[in-house]
Design a protein around this ligand. Sequence first.
Ligand code: NAP
Ligand code: SF4
Length: 670
Amino acid sequence: MPYPDLFQPLNLGFTQLKNRVVMGSMHTNLEETERGFEKVAAFYAERAAGGVGLIITGGFSPNDEGKLAPNRCVMREQSDVDDHRLITQAVHQYDAKICMQILHAGRYGFTPQQVAPSSIQAPISPYTPKELTNEQINQQVTDFAHSALMAQYAGYDGVEIMGSEGYLINQFIVSATNTRDDQWGGCIDNRIRFALAIVKATRAVVRQDFILIFRLSLIDLISDGSSADDVIVLAKALEACGVNIINTGIGWHESRVPTIATSVPRAAFRELSKNIKQYLTIPVVASNRINNPELANDLIASGDADLVSMARPFLADSQFVNKAMQDDAAAINTCIGCNQACLDQIFINKIATCIVNPRACHETEFIVSAAKQVKNLAVVGGGAAGMAFAVYASERGHQVTLFESENTLGGQLNLAVKIPSKQEFLETIRYFNHRLTQLKVKVYLNTTATAANLTRFDQVIIASGIEPRLPEIAGIDSDKVVSYADVLSNKVVIGQRVAIIGAGGIGFDTAIFLAQSREQQTDQQLQQQFVEQWGIDLSLANAGGLVAPKIESSPRQIFLLQRRLRKPGADLGKTTGWIHRQHLKSKGVKMLVGVNYERIDQQGLLINVRGKQRLLEVDHVVICSGQLAKNSLIEQLGDIPYHLIGGAKQAAGLDVQRAIKEAAILASQL
Ligand code: NAP
Ligand code: SF4
């Protein structure tokens, strides 16, 4: 069997998990929608059918004050139990187990009702929490245990008690957020008393064969977080109190260190799960930026973990496990860690989905069925939209032919992979290429489609993408001016001083590319650079795991410019925009807003910033000023029916998510 370590069962003594794959907790916002529990049941059932051994649900709070937001669900009443039965019954149709996560937000609750060990406002919350009294703390403990009992009644195989990421339990454990001087604060034994009281109270009310998982923060990545000893003391005490599995958490939500974004190297925190495992006899789960079966298997085989948790990879591909078991890992649609369609959506109260899999979280309404009438379809353009359409349409049984004028598929994705930390897009290109081959789609590379070779098709799908917009600036034809495409494909050698016109997604990407100090790096070098750049101390010699960052300086002076008077990169993702801004700032990139471009000449770029003229003496000016749709072919098509998707349809605001989603929707309609 492929990946034998990953797919071996795990015996917990009283029950067995069929493999070592955990689908980690991830909120989708589905529960809060109409008939939300039916939708979330379908979502989990598809992952259970896809071969996952153990699913952990998104977090449910034990009471109102523990809610993350006012509309979030609690697990408390009989009516909640009835809702949850939909989930457990759906999952148990397949040979999978499911545990419900109990999450008390504490001071992270986006509600004025929030409570905490001490009245200290979180930097990411607009509210100051009320300090819990001794009696109220005991009530929280009771509520956790009651919630677990309700989960048992609902048919769950166990619960995960959320003790990491800076939520209530974590707030008790850490002195930065717990300044109490009673039995719940002060020394480590007092600070972990709350966590242990919850575990003991829960163990006392549930069956002995009910799985009890505790999510333990291995590194808080905040000042005055847990020390290495604190983590070990708590882990051992949790085991002694009857916890069956230790799941692991990395970093608090308020931490200014990326922990799951694409810029985090794969399995960057594996050393921490390896370390805690030596103090425990119960299984330990590794998590964070694990997205392929080879790496997951290696984590188990090397002894660094007993189980591997992946959350977003199951949004990207519900059949991850089945495909790996069939030794067809190339057919896995890989999570690229972008957060764009999942976490970024959650933060704006929308339903999560996935940029590479628009069906994720829409399982009940987005049903892929065989085409009623097989059509002969031509796709013009082999970028994200064209490749995705060809795959989705072909999966429905249509005959599809794909024309690409370049010598390779991928379009703009081939430029994106040049950006440090965006190499994961190679996986997206690999996935679609593999599926096109499996589905026997006819692909013509180096072929510019014309009306003449499209007449034989029933319909034509124009996915010819975008071309860069050239702004009207005096001197724009100067030899100092270069396009981002030429920069990213290394067609030009860029000088020591450079101005970038346009601070959108591509302007930021280009700045990151030009500010990198080293190109080709090994995995070890990338890991080293990551921990140094963000000041991560994996030994936890400093409580919380932070040290002073070590930044490699940029090899050139970079100006990143935009006309509008707003934060540069304001449209970047909520969960990743700050990472890009902080990274460029640390590299000394000068970001100017409110810029008027006056002239480009041999001296450089003359700008006017709010009435003040300034000459940027740069060697090159890189144009990143947005895109225009490339679709002139439609003028030649005459009577041939056609559809436009992706950038060819609308260049403004185009990203991979929209390209693939439009492709999927059109393919489902033809
Ligand atoms: P974009 O995000 O729309 O940015 C275009 C930039 O050019 C803006 O900063 C705009 O700002 C400036 N601009 C527009 N017209 C101009 C003109 N005539 N003269 C001078 N400046 C002009 O477009 P993009 O950077 O090409 O990105 C394309 C798409 O890919 C976007 O939807 C983007 O979100 C997405 N993308 C996202 C990411 C990411 O999230 N990390 C990365 C890459 C691409 P001013 O008008 O204020 O100057
Ligand atoms: Fe992964 Fe991005 Fe999809 Fe989220 S949107 S699941 S991070 S690929």
